[in-house]
Design a protein around this ligand. Structure first.
Ligand code: CMX
Length: 137
């Protein structure tokens, strides 16, 4: 298993449109697209070889809702790109690393993803991603 790069940083925001005014109006960055995924509205902003993934809860019950209530806006997770996510998950399990997703699943932006549990990763929620063949961000 090889971790190739930081694919993205997930950042929880209260309001995506408002956050975009800072990220793409204040900072010289560009939004590539937005996507609705599992009760969230997600905006993708490339930064060099990585991206910032802005996450807004829209359903009131998405995976980021509790985090926002507890912590407010901020960095939510870090995503590492791997070549073969099925193999990576097997290797992490063999090393005793606690996973949220023991089987990789479909994530936003056509990626295959698997989360590790933040209790086993020094307090940082970490995600493995394997991008679809046609996309590197
Ligand atoms: N970073 C660090 N620690 C986190 C965390 C985060 N993003 N989210 C939760 N935690 C910690 C909590 O602080 C809590 O710690 P304590 O027990 O010490 O208080 C513990 O993990 C349990 O958290 P919780 O608030 O009780 O919330 P849940 O157990 O309901 O869920 C988690 C936590 C991580 C298992 C769940 O959010 C999850 O499955 N996340 C993976 C999916 C996800 O986050 N998707 C959103 C991103 C977009 C995408 O899916 O691609």
């Amino acid at each position: 298993m090889k971790i190739k790069r930081i694919a993205h940083l997930g950042v929880v925001v209260k309001d995506l449109d408002e956050a975009l005014r800072f990220f793409t109006g204040g900072l010289p960055l560009e939004l590539t697209h937005t996507e609705d995924y599992q009760g969230m509205r997600i905006g993708f902003i490339p930064v060099g070889d990585s991206s910032i993934e802005l996450l807004q809860d829209v359903s009131g019950s998405s995976a980021i809702k509790k985090f926002l209530e507890k912590n407010g806006e901020g960095i939510h997770h870090i995503a590492f790109e791997v070549d073969d996510i099925s193999q990576a998950v097997v290797e992490l399990k063999e090393r005793g690393i606690r996973l949220i997703d023991e089987t990789p699943r479909e994530g936003a932006h056509g990626m295959t993803i698997a989360f590790m549990h933040p209790k086993g990763t020094h307090g940082i929620l970490m995600e493995l991603v394997q991008p679809s063949k046609k996309d590197t961000h």
